[in-house]
Design a protein around this ligand. Structure first.
Ligand code: URA
Length: 435
Protein backbone atom coordinates (compact mmCIF):
# COMPACT_ATOMS: atom_id res chain seq x y z
CA UNK A 1 0.00 0.00 0.00
CA UNK A 2 1.11 3.58 -0.64
CA UNK A 3 -0.17 6.77 0.98
CA UNK A 4 -0.40 8.54 -2.37
CA UNK A 5 -2.86 5.93 -3.71
CA UNK A 6 -5.07 6.38 -0.65
CA UNK A 7 -5.02 10.17 -1.12
CA UNK A 8 -5.99 9.78 -4.78
CA UNK A 9 -8.86 7.45 -3.86
CA UNK A 10 -10.16 9.95 -1.28
CA UNK A 11 -9.78 12.78 -3.80
CA UNK A 12 -11.78 10.78 -6.37
CA UNK A 13 -14.61 10.16 -3.88
CA UNK A 14 -14.06 6.40 -3.59
CA UNK A 15 -14.69 4.88 -0.17
CA UNK A 16 -11.56 3.68 1.69
CA UNK A 17 -11.41 0.17 3.10
CA UNK A 18 -10.71 -0.48 6.79
CA UNK A 19 -7.25 -1.81 5.80
CA UNK A 20 -6.44 1.43 3.96
CA UNK A 21 -7.57 3.60 6.88
CA UNK A 22 -5.59 1.46 9.34
CA UNK A 23 -2.51 1.75 7.11
CA UNK A 24 -2.80 5.53 6.82
CA UNK A 25 -3.39 6.21 10.52
CA UNK A 26 -0.90 3.58 11.74
CA UNK A 27 1.91 4.85 9.53
CA UNK A 28 1.19 8.52 10.19
CA UNK A 29 1.40 7.82 13.92
CA UNK A 30 4.75 6.06 13.44
CA UNK A 31 6.10 9.00 11.42
CA UNK A 32 6.30 7.00 8.16
CA UNK A 33 3.79 9.24 6.39
CA UNK A 34 4.78 12.93 6.32
CA UNK A 35 2.58 15.87 7.30
CA UNK A 36 2.29 17.06 3.68
CA UNK A 37 0.64 13.81 2.57
CA UNK A 38 -1.64 13.77 5.60
CA UNK A 39 -2.64 17.40 4.91
CA UNK A 40 -3.60 16.51 1.34
CA UNK A 41 -5.65 13.57 2.57
CA UNK A 42 -7.37 15.68 5.26
CA UNK A 43 -8.30 18.28 2.64
CA UNK A 44 -9.78 15.55 0.43
CA UNK A 45 -11.86 14.34 3.40
CA UNK A 46 -13.01 17.89 4.14
CA UNK A 47 -14.09 18.44 0.53
CA UNK A 48 -15.60 15.03 -0.21
CA UNK A 49 -16.84 13.71 3.15
CA UNK A 50 -16.83 10.06 4.23
CA UNK A 51 -19.37 7.30 4.62
CA UNK A 52 -20.55 6.35 8.14
CA UNK A 53 -18.52 3.13 7.86
CA UNK A 54 -15.36 5.09 6.98
CA UNK A 55 -15.93 7.48 9.91
CA UNK A 56 -16.30 4.56 12.31
CA UNK A 57 -13.18 2.83 10.91
CA UNK A 58 -11.22 6.09 11.13
CA UNK A 59 -12.33 6.69 14.72
CA UNK A 60 -11.35 3.20 15.82
CA UNK A 61 -8.00 3.36 13.99
CA UNK A 62 -7.23 6.64 15.78
CA UNK A 63 -8.40 5.33 19.16
CA UNK A 64 -6.21 2.23 18.74
CA UNK A 65 -3.16 4.27 17.70
CA UNK A 66 -2.12 4.24 21.39
CA UNK A 67 -3.20 2.67 24.68
CA UNK A 68 -6.85 1.93 25.33
CA UNK A 69 -7.74 2.62 28.96
CA UNK A 70 -10.10 0.43 30.87
CA UNK A 71 -11.27 2.65 33.69
CA UNK A 72 -13.56 0.03 35.18
CA UNK A 73 -10.52 -1.26 37.12
CA UNK A 74 -10.17 2.14 38.74
CA UNK A 75 -13.72 3.41 39.33
CA UNK A 76 -17.29 2.11 39.02
CA UNK A 77 -18.21 4.71 36.44
CA UNK A 78 -16.27 7.64 35.00
CA UNK A 79 -17.87 10.39 32.94
CA UNK A 80 -16.27 12.60 30.39
CA UNK A 81 -17.40 15.67 28.50
CA UNK A 82 -16.19 17.20 25.29
CA UNK A 83 -17.04 20.33 23.35
CA UNK A 84 -16.68 20.48 19.59
CA UNK A 85 -15.10 23.89 20.03
CA UNK A 86 -16.33 27.42 20.48
CA UNK A 87 -15.29 30.91 21.49
CA UNK A 88 -15.06 31.60 25.21
CA UNK A 89 -15.86 27.97 25.98
CA UNK A 90 -14.10 27.38 29.27
CA UNK A 91 -16.81 25.01 30.52
CA UNK A 92 -14.57 22.05 31.35
CA UNK A 93 -12.59 24.13 33.84
CA UNK A 94 -15.73 24.77 35.89
CA UNK A 95 -17.74 21.63 35.23
CA UNK A 96 -15.09 18.95 35.81
CA UNK A 97 -14.41 20.06 39.44
CA UNK A 98 -18.13 20.58 40.12
CA UNK A 99 -19.09 17.10 38.95
CA UNK A 100 -16.13 15.47 40.68
CA UNK A 101 -17.07 17.31 43.87
CA UNK A 102 -20.53 15.74 43.62
CA UNK A 103 -18.84 12.33 43.86
CA UNK A 104 -18.75 11.35 40.20
CA UNK A 105 -15.22 10.64 38.87
CA UNK A 106 -14.25 12.76 35.83
CA UNK A 107 -11.36 11.55 33.68
CA UNK A 108 -10.83 13.83 30.73
CA UNK A 109 -8.39 14.20 27.90
CA UNK A 110 -8.62 17.73 26.50
CA UNK A 111 -7.21 19.51 23.50
CA UNK A 112 -5.35 22.69 22.65
CA UNK A 113 -6.80 25.60 20.70
CA UNK A 114 -8.02 24.75 17.23
CA UNK A 115 -8.54 27.47 14.62
CA UNK A 116 -10.45 30.35 16.23
CA UNK A 117 -11.62 28.17 19.14
CA UNK A 118 -9.70 27.92 22.39
CA UNK A 119 -8.49 24.72 24.10
CA UNK A 120 -8.66 23.66 27.74
CA UNK A 121 -5.03 22.56 27.83
CA UNK A 122 -3.71 25.95 26.72
CA UNK A 123 -5.89 27.63 29.35
CA UNK A 124 -4.62 25.33 32.10
CA UNK A 125 -1.04 26.19 31.19
CA UNK A 126 -1.71 29.68 32.59
CA UNK A 127 -1.02 27.97 35.93
CA UNK A 128 2.77 27.56 36.27
CA UNK A 129 3.86 23.96 36.67
CA UNK A 130 0.50 22.39 35.74
CA UNK A 131 1.33 19.13 33.96
CA UNK A 132 -0.76 18.35 30.92
CA UNK A 133 1.02 15.22 29.72
CA UNK A 134 0.17 12.47 32.17
CA UNK A 135 1.05 8.89 31.39
CA UNK A 136 -1.64 6.25 31.16
CA UNK A 137 -0.62 4.93 34.54
CA UNK A 138 -0.80 8.37 36.15
CA UNK A 139 -4.22 8.94 34.58
CA UNK A 140 -5.66 5.77 36.11
CA UNK A 141 -4.00 6.24 39.48
CA UNK A 142 -5.13 9.85 39.80
CA UNK A 143 -8.69 9.01 38.78
CA UNK A 144 -8.79 6.28 41.41
CA UNK A 145 -7.28 8.39 44.19
CA UNK A 146 -8.73 11.83 43.45
CA UNK A 147 -11.72 11.31 41.12
CA UNK A 148 -10.52 14.01 38.71
CA UNK A 149 -8.01 14.13 35.84
CA UNK A 150 -7.57 16.80 33.15
CA UNK A 151 -4.78 15.87 30.79
CA UNK A 152 -3.75 16.66 27.24
CA UNK A 153 -3.13 14.22 24.49
CA UNK A 154 -0.16 12.11 25.47
CA UNK A 155 2.01 9.92 23.33
CA UNK A 156 0.09 7.04 24.90
CA UNK A 157 -3.53 7.99 24.28
CA UNK A 158 -4.89 8.51 20.75
CA UNK A 159 -1.54 9.88 19.49
CA UNK A 160 -2.88 9.87 15.92
CA UNK A 161 -5.41 12.50 16.92
CA UNK A 162 -2.71 14.53 18.67
CA UNK A 163 -0.73 14.78 15.43
CA UNK A 164 -3.67 15.22 13.10
CA UNK A 165 -5.34 17.82 15.34
CA UNK A 166 -2.24 20.06 15.26
CA UNK A 167 -2.00 19.62 11.49
CA UNK A 168 -5.67 20.42 10.85
CA UNK A 169 -5.38 23.56 12.94
CA UNK A 170 -3.01 25.12 10.39
CA UNK A 171 -4.17 23.56 7.10
CA UNK A 172 -7.77 24.76 6.94
CA UNK A 173 -9.09 21.26 7.59
CA UNK A 174 -10.95 21.69 10.85
CA UNK A 175 -14.55 22.13 9.60
CA UNK A 176 -15.29 18.56 8.59
CA UNK A 177 -17.86 16.25 10.17
CA UNK A 178 -15.76 13.04 9.66
CA UNK A 179 -12.59 14.70 11.00
CA UNK A 180 -14.28 16.29 14.02
CA UNK A 181 -16.31 13.17 14.88
CA UNK A 182 -13.27 10.87 14.67
CA UNK A 183 -11.06 13.33 16.56
CA UNK A 184 -13.51 13.72 19.44
CA UNK A 185 -14.65 10.11 19.67
CA UNK A 186 -11.20 8.51 19.29
CA UNK A 187 -10.01 10.43 22.34
CA UNK A 188 -13.13 9.59 24.30
CA UNK A 189 -12.98 5.89 23.45
CA UNK A 190 -9.24 5.63 24.19
CA UNK A 191 -9.59 7.45 27.51
CA UNK A 192 -12.06 4.81 28.63
CA UNK A 193 -14.97 6.80 30.12
CA UNK A 194 -18.16 4.76 30.17
CA UNK A 195 -20.43 7.82 29.86
CA UNK A 196 -19.81 10.90 27.75
CA UNK A 197 -21.61 14.24 27.40
CA UNK A 198 -20.84 15.93 24.10
CA UNK A 199 -21.38 19.66 23.75
CA UNK A 200 -21.95 20.22 20.04
CA UNK A 201 -21.68 23.90 19.24
CA UNK A 202 -23.63 25.48 16.42
CA UNK A 203 -23.42 28.94 14.90
CA UNK A 204 -21.00 31.54 13.57
CA UNK A 205 -18.39 30.81 16.24
CA UNK A 206 -18.56 27.03 15.84
CA UNK A 207 -17.25 24.61 13.27
CA UNK A 208 -20.85 23.61 12.49
CA UNK A 209 -22.71 26.66 11.17
CA UNK A 210 -26.25 25.27 10.91
CA UNK A 211 -28.42 23.26 13.26
CA UNK A 212 -28.75 20.65 10.52
CA UNK A 213 -24.97 20.12 10.29
CA UNK A 214 -24.60 20.10 14.08
CA UNK A 215 -27.39 17.54 14.41
CA UNK A 216 -25.68 15.36 11.81
CA UNK A 217 -22.36 15.58 13.68
CA UNK A 218 -24.09 14.83 16.99
CA UNK A 219 -25.88 11.79 15.54
CA UNK A 220 -22.63 10.39 14.06
CA UNK A 221 -20.82 10.75 17.39
CA UNK A 222 -23.67 9.29 19.45
CA UNK A 223 -23.83 6.26 17.18
CA UNK A 224 -20.03 5.73 17.23
CA UNK A 225 -20.27 5.87 21.02
CA UNK A 226 -23.01 3.27 21.07
CA UNK A 227 -21.03 0.97 18.76
CA UNK A 228 -18.18 1.13 21.26
CA UNK A 229 -20.44 0.34 24.19
CA UNK A 230 -20.44 3.89 25.69
CA UNK A 231 -23.41 5.87 26.87
CA UNK A 232 -23.30 9.11 24.92
CA UNK A 233 -25.57 12.15 24.79
CA UNK A 234 -25.04 15.30 22.77
CA UNK A 235 -26.27 18.73 23.82
CA UNK A 236 -26.67 21.18 20.95
CA UNK A 237 -25.72 24.64 22.12
CA UNK A 238 -25.67 27.97 20.28
CA UNK A 239 -22.34 29.60 19.50
CA UNK A 240 -23.23 32.71 17.53
CA UNK A 241 -21.92 34.90 20.34
CA UNK A 242 -19.08 33.98 22.74
CA UNK A 243 -19.98 31.98 25.84
CA UNK A 244 -19.67 34.10 28.97
CA UNK A 245 -17.42 37.11 28.74
CA UNK A 246 -13.76 36.04 28.66
CA UNK A 247 -11.99 34.97 25.45
CA UNK A 248 -8.27 34.17 25.77
CA UNK A 249 -6.39 31.69 27.91
CA UNK A 250 -5.66 33.25 31.32
CA UNK A 251 -8.78 35.43 31.10
CA UNK A 252 -10.92 32.34 30.58
CA UNK A 253 -9.25 30.43 33.37
CA UNK A 254 -10.03 33.35 35.67
CA UNK A 255 -13.70 33.43 34.62
CA UNK A 256 -13.99 29.65 35.08
CA UNK A 257 -12.54 29.82 38.61
CA UNK A 258 -14.74 32.79 39.51
CA UNK A 259 -17.77 30.71 38.49
CA UNK A 260 -16.71 28.10 41.05
CA UNK A 261 -17.18 30.94 43.57
CA UNK A 262 -20.64 31.63 42.10
CA UNK A 263 -19.66 34.80 40.27
CA UNK A 264 -19.93 35.41 36.52
CA UNK A 265 -22.08 35.78 33.43
CA UNK A 266 -25.55 34.23 33.50
CA UNK A 267 -25.25 32.33 30.19
CA UNK A 268 -22.02 30.70 31.37
CA UNK A 269 -23.54 29.80 34.73
CA UNK A 270 -26.59 28.20 33.08
CA UNK A 271 -24.38 26.28 30.66
CA UNK A 272 -22.12 24.91 33.42
CA UNK A 273 -24.98 23.92 35.71
CA UNK A 274 -26.83 22.08 32.95
CA UNK A 275 -23.80 20.28 31.52
CA UNK A 276 -22.93 19.19 35.06
CA UNK A 277 -26.49 17.95 35.47
CA UNK A 278 -26.34 15.87 32.27
CA UNK A 279 -23.08 14.31 33.45
CA UNK A 280 -24.59 13.54 36.86
CA UNK A 281 -27.61 11.91 35.19
CA UNK A 282 -25.39 9.69 33.01
CA UNK A 283 -23.37 8.83 36.11
CA UNK A 284 -26.61 7.86 37.87
CA UNK A 285 -26.15 10.33 40.71
CA UNK A 286 -29.06 12.56 39.66
CA UNK A 287 -32.47 11.35 38.54
CA UNK A 288 -33.26 14.39 36.40
CA UNK A 289 -32.02 17.80 35.29
CA UNK A 290 -33.47 19.67 38.27
CA UNK A 291 -31.74 17.39 40.74
CA UNK A 292 -28.45 17.57 38.78
CA UNK A 293 -28.58 21.39 38.63
CA UNK A 294 -29.30 21.55 42.38
CA UNK A 295 -26.30 19.27 43.11
CA UNK A 296 -23.98 21.42 40.99
CA UNK A 297 -25.31 24.61 42.61
CA UNK A 298 -24.59 23.10 46.02
CA UNK A 299 -21.01 22.32 44.97
CA UNK A 300 -20.59 26.02 44.14
CA UNK A 301 -22.21 27.27 47.34
CA UNK A 302 -20.41 24.99 49.77
CA UNK A 303 -17.03 25.55 48.09
CA UNK A 304 -16.50 21.86 47.32
CA UNK A 305 -16.17 22.54 43.56
CA UNK A 306 -13.38 25.06 44.16
CA UNK A 307 -11.73 22.71 46.65
CA UNK A 308 -11.74 20.01 43.94
CA UNK A 309 -10.08 22.39 41.49
CA UNK A 310 -7.37 23.16 44.07
CA UNK A 311 -6.85 19.43 44.55
CA UNK A 312 -6.56 18.93 40.78
CA UNK A 313 -4.04 21.75 40.39
CA UNK A 314 -1.97 20.49 43.31
CA UNK A 315 -1.80 16.86 42.19
CA UNK A 316 -0.93 17.83 38.63
CA UNK A 317 2.00 19.91 39.87
CA UNK A 318 0.51 23.38 39.38
CA UNK A 319 1.15 26.35 41.64
CA UNK A 320 -2.15 26.52 43.51
CA UNK A 321 -1.52 30.10 44.62
CA UNK A 322 -2.51 31.13 41.06
CA UNK A 323 -6.08 29.89 41.52
CA UNK A 324 -6.24 31.21 45.09
CA UNK A 325 -5.13 34.64 43.92
CA UNK A 326 -6.31 35.13 40.36
CA UNK A 327 -4.44 38.44 40.16
CA UNK A 328 -1.24 36.37 39.82
CA UNK A 329 -2.32 34.94 36.44
CA UNK A 330 -0.49 36.29 33.34
CA UNK A 331 -1.61 39.85 32.54
CA UNK A 332 -1.23 41.86 29.34
CA UNK A 333 0.24 45.36 29.71
CA UNK A 334 -2.13 47.08 27.26
CA UNK A 335 -5.83 47.13 28.16
CA UNK A 336 -8.18 49.27 26.09
CA UNK A 337 -11.89 49.24 25.32
CA UNK A 338 -14.15 49.53 22.31
CA UNK A 339 -17.30 51.61 22.88
CA UNK A 340 -20.71 51.70 21.19
CA UNK A 341 -21.34 54.54 18.82
CA UNK A 342 -25.03 53.96 18.15
CA UNK A 343 -28.06 53.33 20.30
CA UNK A 344 -30.50 50.42 20.25
CA UNK A 345 -30.33 46.68 20.93
CA UNK A 346 -27.48 44.26 20.21
CA UNK A 347 -28.64 41.94 17.43
CA UNK A 348 -25.29 40.19 16.88
CA UNK A 349 -22.03 39.74 18.80
CA UNK A 350 -19.99 37.86 16.24
CA UNK A 351 -18.25 34.98 18.00
CA UNK A 352 -16.08 34.09 15.01
CA UNK A 353 -14.83 37.65 14.65
CA UNK A 354 -14.07 37.78 18.39
CA UNK A 355 -12.34 34.37 18.25
CA UNK A 356 -10.23 35.29 15.21
CA UNK A 357 -9.32 38.66 16.70
CA UNK A 358 -8.19 36.93 19.84
CA UNK A 359 -5.96 34.63 17.72
CA UNK A 360 -4.42 37.69 16.02
CA UNK A 361 -3.69 39.14 19.47
CA UNK A 362 -1.66 35.98 20.09
CA UNK A 363 -4.11 33.80 22.04
CA UNK A 364 -4.13 31.08 19.33
CA UNK A 365 -1.73 29.58 16.81
CA UNK A 366 -1.20 30.60 13.23
CA UNK A 367 1.38 27.86 12.60
CA UNK A 368 1.83 24.40 14.07
CA UNK A 369 3.85 24.58 17.28
CA UNK A 370 3.52 28.40 17.64
CA UNK A 371 3.85 29.62 21.20
CA UNK A 372 0.71 31.31 22.35
CA UNK A 373 0.43 34.37 24.54
CA UNK A 374 -1.49 33.30 27.64
CA UNK A 375 -2.22 36.84 28.81
CA UNK A 376 -3.92 38.36 25.77
CA UNK A 377 -7.60 38.20 24.87
CA UNK A 378 -10.91 39.99 24.93
CA UNK A 379 -13.58 40.56 27.59
CA UNK A 380 -16.95 40.72 25.86
CA UNK A 381 -19.19 43.19 27.69
CA UNK A 382 -22.38 42.92 25.62
CA UNK A 383 -24.83 40.11 24.89
CA UNK A 384 -27.37 39.69 22.10
CA UNK A 385 -30.65 41.28 23.24
CA UNK A 386 -28.96 43.85 25.52
CA UNK A 387 -30.00 47.50 25.34
CA UNK A 388 -27.02 49.54 24.16
CA UNK A 389 -26.41 53.28 24.51
CA UNK A 390 -23.72 55.46 22.91
CA UNK A 391 -20.42 55.32 24.77
CA UNK A 392 -21.24 51.97 26.42
CA UNK A 393 -18.29 49.60 26.68
CA UNK A 394 -18.61 46.65 24.28
CA UNK A 395 -15.20 44.97 24.52
CA UNK A 396 -12.10 45.24 26.67
CA UNK A 397 -8.99 44.22 24.74
CA UNK A 398 -5.92 42.79 26.53
CA UNK A 399 -2.85 43.06 24.29
CA UNK A 400 0.91 42.88 24.36
CA UNK A 401 1.62 44.78 21.15
CA UNK A 402 0.26 48.26 20.26
CA UNK A 403 -0.10 47.41 16.56
CA UNK A 404 -2.10 44.26 17.30
CA UNK A 405 -4.21 46.22 19.78
CA UNK A 406 -5.08 48.78 17.10
CA UNK A 407 -6.00 46.07 14.58
CA UNK A 408 -8.16 44.34 17.18
CA UNK A 409 -9.99 47.60 17.91
CA UNK A 410 -10.76 48.08 14.22
CA UNK A 411 -12.04 44.51 13.84
CA UNK A 412 -14.15 44.50 16.99
CA UNK A 413 -15.92 47.74 16.03
CA UNK A 414 -17.69 45.69 13.35
CA UNK A 415 -18.32 42.63 15.53
CA UNK A 416 -21.47 44.04 17.17
CA UNK A 417 -24.60 44.88 15.20
CA UNK A 418 -26.96 47.33 16.86
CA UNK A 419 -30.54 47.66 15.60
CA UNK A 420 -33.34 50.03 16.57
CA UNK A 421 -35.86 47.46 17.80
CA UNK A 422 -35.80 45.02 20.72
CA UNK A 423 -34.08 41.70 20.01
CA UNK A 424 -34.96 38.43 21.69
CA UNK A 425 -32.22 36.70 23.70
CA UNK A 426 -31.11 33.45 22.03
CA UNK A 427 -31.91 30.13 23.74
CA UNK A 428 -29.27 28.56 25.98
CA UNK A 429 -29.67 25.16 24.28
CA UNK A 430 -31.21 23.90 21.03
CA UNK A 431 -31.84 20.37 22.26
CA UNK A 432 -30.33 17.10 23.37
CA UNK A 433 -29.69 13.95 21.32
CA UNK A 434 -29.39 10.47 22.75
CA UNK A 435 -31.29 10.96 26.06
N1 URA B 1 -12.56 19.01 19.32
C1 URA B 1 -11.76 17.96 19.00
O1 URA B 1 -11.30 17.24 19.87
N2 URA B 1 -11.51 17.73 17.73
C2 URA B 1 -12.00 18.47 16.72
O2 URA B 1 -11.73 18.18 15.59
C3 URA B 1 -12.82 19.56 17.04
C4 URA B 1 -13.09 19.81 18.36
Amino acid sequence: MRAVDIIIKQRDKEALSKAEIDYLIGNYTLGNIPDYQMSAWAMAVLLNGMTDQEITDLTLAMAHSGDMLDLSQAVKIAVDKHSTGGVGDKTTLTVAPLVAACGLPVGKMSGRGLGFSGGTIDKLESIPGFQVDLSTQQFIQQLKNHGIVLTGQSADLAPADGKLYALRDVTGTVQSIPLIASSVMSKKIAAGAQAIVLDVKVGQGAFMRTLEEATQLANVMVSIGKLSGRQVIAVLSPMDQPLGSAVGNALELKEAVEMLHGVGPEDYRYHCLHLSAYMLILGKLAKDIDEGVAMAERAIQDGSGFAKLRELVTIQGGDVSYVDDLEKLPKAPLVESVYAEGEGWAAMVDAKEVGETSVTLGAGREQKGDRIDLAVGIMVKVKVGDRVSPGQELFEIHANDPRKLQLAKERLKCAVKIVNRPVEKPPYFHGVIGM
